[in-house]
Structures are given as structure tokens and as C-alpha cells.
Design a binder for this molecule. Structure first.
Ligand SMILES: Nc1ncnc2c1ncn2[C@@H]1O[C@H](COP(=O)(O)OP(=O)(O)O)[C@@H](O)[C@H]1O
Ligand SMILES: [Mg+2]
Length: 345
């Protein structure tokens, strides 16, 4: 089985235009445009209730949008749902794994649902169990699996049909850091093998780790998009960090920069804990000017670096909301559980 994605003229495995899905008064998805280039990961970043799951459900034919268009792997999500379902995989926070069945039985069943022969369904199940380090637990009921094992089983389930486009809806919400890293490794591997991934997340770090491009959504609308580094740059300038060889020089150094009267340099702050002086800058000329002043005054410098703002700062700047306020909480799981319940119905 080879993986081949049919793309749009622009080379997009996913192309969404003006997508709308309202639930009564709630504008869950309210005119979203997005593109995912073949073989890349698009991160859809947004707080709880932003419309991420609704978007994913529209793109996986589980919901019919009210307006707009969406093509995935070359198929129209509204007009060609059956053909499209064979090309996509979906992993939610709690996907439709049957608790009573063993890991192997779950995967075998999904293979059969995808029209694989018994033999192929068995070998594909074993292949996925091996790949997701579940071979030893293969015969145990999924109900006995730990959180991390379940998530791996979810990922394995979504990979059984060798989908060309994979939706990962908050794949690591609620996972411990070690399991999260394992999931990230698997996602990278899927992409390496040619899959196109649309990943929703509330975690800046996750987007930074996995995504090539980012779309930030809030209240059903796209509020920012671009490459991760572009989005970071949008928030403003960089921070120049200077580490003196002698930490005792921190305050004197910060003072020297502040008093030099350099163009566009508002000030410098000494960070004792980190042993650096931070200077907000917006151009390379300013960087050179600051370092020049310090060199002329005879300061000995151990290190100089510049830092882009974190994605948390990006989010704050574009939404006016701190991500912690977005409530990446435990109740998100319950909601999602209910939402996906419809899938198996
Ligand atoms: N089936 C539904 N019926 C009514 N409202 C819904 C339904 N699904 C989602 N919503 C509402 O739509 C908004 C977006 O929800 P959702 O897509 O789940 O956001 P996210 O996945 O980003 O947390 C929320 O206000 C949510 O309460
Ligand atoms: Mg959701």
C-alpha cells in the first residue's frame, strides 16, 4: 500500500474556504479559511471552545458545515464523504476504542471495517501494535491500559488504514510529559512517512515542536496565521541577552546601555537569576550598537544571544487572552468524549 495524496492545484492536502458551522446562537466555526500543504503539519491553536473540534468534525465528515467548502485529499467533504473517509484518520482526546476488547481486537476490528481481508487486518494490527510498543499488552482489554497506552492505541487505530491525512485533535491534552514526548515522536514519524497532519492543540510548545505552520483560532475565527517564527516575530521585536563574564557587572552594564542614548533603545534590565542583561531590540543595527557601547567601555562579555517571543506571548498579543485563562482543563475531555460518541453511533 503506498500513500498518495491527491492535492488541490496549490498542492494542498487540505483546503478550507469560508467554512461555517453554527449551533443555534453559538458560532462554533465562523468563516474559517485554511490550507495544509501536503506532507506538512498545520497546528490549529486555540483555547477551549475556540471551535477546533467542530472544525475537525466538519473536515472528517462527522458534521455537515452550514456554508463554505472544504477539500481533503482531493475530495469534497460534503459531496464525497464516503471516498474521503478512506483517506483520513482521526485521533481525539478519547477516540472510539472499545474498552472491552483487547488492543489487538480493537485494531483488527478497525481493519475489517476498512474492508481489509482477515489476513491483512491481522498483520496490519500486529504491525501497529509493534510500532506503538503495545505488543506485550496486545491481549489485555483496553480498559486495563494506562493513559499513555490508550493514546498510543488511539494513534495506532487511526493509522490502520494508512490515511494520507490525519487529524489529531488535542492528542496530548492531559498526558504526562514522557507520554507526550512519545506521541510527538510518533507524529513526526507519520509525517516523515508522508502523512499530512492537522493538529489541534492548546499547547504552544506542542505547536512549536510539531507544526510547520500555525493557524490561531478564537471564537470560530482565524485571528492569526503563518509560520511559527513569523507569528513570533509579529508580536514585535526580539530580546537581546548579554551575559557578562563577571555577574557582579550586571547592574553597571544595564546602566551603561540605558545611558548611552542609543536610537530606539528604551532601556535594559539586569536579570540576576539568569545572570544576563535583557535589552528589547527591533533591528540588527541596535544589536550592533549595544554591543559596541559595551566593548568601548571595556565590559567583558561571555555570551550574546537574541530570543524571539514565546508562543504564549504571541497568543496573548493576538487574542488579548492568556492561555492559562483559556482553561486547558480536565473538563475538556468529558466534552470531547461526548462529541466523539456520535462517531460510533
Ligand atoms: N454539538 C454541539 N451543540 C451545541 N454547541 C456545540 C456543539 N459542539 C460544540 N459546541 C459549541 O461550539 C463552540 C466550539 O466548541 P468546540 O469546537 O468543541 O471547541 P474546541 O474544540 O476548540 O474546544 C463551543 O462554544 C461549544 O460549546
Ligand atoms: Mg475540542
Amino acid at each position: 500500500m503506498t500513500r498518495q495524496t491527491i492535492t488541490t492545484k496549490g498542492g494542498n492536502a487540505v483546503e478550507v474556504r469560508g467554512l461555517v458551522k453554527h449551533f443555534g446562537e453559538v458560532k462554533a466555526v465562523d468563516g474559517v479559511d485554511l490550507d495544509v500543504r501536503e506532507g506538512t503539519v498545520l497546528g490549529v491553536l486555540g483555547p477551549n471552545g475556540a471551535g477546533k473540534t467542530t472544525l475537525v468534525r466538519c473536515l472528517s465528515t462527522l458534521l455537515v458545515p452550514d456554508a463554505g467548502s472544504a477539500f481533503v485529499a482531493g475530495y469534497d467533504v460534503v459531496r464525497q464523504p464516503r471516498a474521503l473517509r478512506r483517506r483520513i484518520g482521526l485521533t481525539g482526546q478519547y477516540a472510539s476504542v472499545d474498552e472491552k476488547l483487547s488492543g489487538r481486537e480493537n485494531l483488527y476490528m478497525i481493519g475489517r471495517l476498512l474492508d481489509l481481508s482477515r489476513k491483512d487486518a491481522r498483520s496490519r494490527a500486529d504491525e501497529m501494535l509493534e510500532r506503538f510498543s503495545l505488543t506485550e499488552a496486545a491481549k489485555r482489554p483496553a480498559a486495563k491500559y494506562s493513559g499513555g497506552m490508550r493514546r498510543r492505541l488511539d494513534l495506532a487505530a487511526s493509522m490502520i488504514g494508512q490515511p494520507s491525512v490525519l487529524y489529531l485533535d488535542e492528542p496530548t491534552t492531559g498526558l504526562d510529559p514522557r507520554t507526550r514526548n512519545e506521541v510527538w515522536e510518533e507524529v513526526r514519524r507519520m509525517v516523515y512517512e508522508g502523512a499530512t497532519v492537522l493538529l489541534t492543540t492548546q499547547y504552544m510548545e506542542e505547536a512549536e515542536q510539531l507544526a510547520n505552520e500555525l493557524t490561531v483560532i478564537d471564537r470560530g475565527q482565524v485571528i492569526a496565521e503563518g509560520r511559527v517564527d513569523e507569528l513570533k516575530a509579529k508580536v514585535g521585536g526580539r530580546t537581546l541577552q548579554i551575559r557578562p563574564t563577571d555577574p557582579g557587572e550586571l547592574e553597571r552594564m544595564a546602566g551603561a546601555i540605558a545611558q548611552a542614548g542609543l536610537d530606539g533603545i528604551a532601556g535594559a534590565t539586569a536579570d540576576r537569576a539568569e545572570g544576563v542583561v535583557n535589552v528589547p531590540i527591533i533591528s540588527d543595527e541596535q544589536l550592533t550598537a549595544v554591543v559596541g557601547v559595551l566593548a568601548r567601555q571595556g565590559f567583558e562579555l561571555a555570551a550574546i544571544s537574541t530570543h524571539l517571543p514565546s508562543l504564549d506571548e504571541v497568543f496573548l498579543a493576538v487574542t488579548g487572552q492568556k492561555t492559562s485563562e483559556a482553561g486547558a482543563g480536565a473538563d475538556a475531555g468529558d466534552t470531547q468524549d461526548q462529541q466523539y460518541a456520535e462517531v460510533s453511533a
